[in-house]
Design a protein around this ligand. Structure first.
Ligand code: NI
Length: 138
């Protein structure tokens, strides 16, 4: 069983009052879980900056009627086949498609993939969720 460590933190009263309001809105039951999540978020950012193996998601919304876009998108996905774990395509309406790609690998590869997709003409929105393989997080 993992050992739990308690520690005290000193801060300005106004800051902790604001933090308490913020975590209440997010439905945290106590400060400890909110602070643990903040620490994990920081550590995941560090994983992305230290070129470790990361996991995440890319969402992309585009008009499939845009000339050549679907072909270019497919071609880029094949170039990065070692990074893309899976891909889900949703036909949102007559024009718009949503694709969700789960990615795992080196962060620089994921960034390169993201930038190539973002540069495609006809992309209406693209998002990147920086997550983790979870191996180094408790
Ligand atoms: Ni579609």
């Amino acid at each position: 069983m993992k050992k739990i460590v308690r520690f005290g933190v000193s801060m300005d009263e106004g800051l902790i009052e604001r933090f308490d309001r913020s975590i209440k809105e997010k439905s945290y039951e106590n400060r400890s879980e909110a602070i643990r999540d903040l620490i994990r978020k920081e550590l995941v950012e560090e994983e992305w900056s230290l070129a470790k193996e990361i996991a995440g998601g890319i969402t992309i919304v585009y008009d499939h009627h845009q000339r050549q876009l679907a072909n270019r998108l497919l071609s880029i996905q094949h170039d990065f086949h070692d990074l893309i774990v899976c891909c889900q395509h949703v036909h949102l309406d007559h024009h718009n498609c949503l694709e969700v790609m789960v990615v795992k690998g080196k962060p620089e590869g994921v960034r390169e993939l993201f930038n190539k997709l973002r540069a495609l003409k006809g992309v209406r929105h693209i998002g990147l969720v920086k997550s983790t393989t979870g191996r180094e997080l408790v």
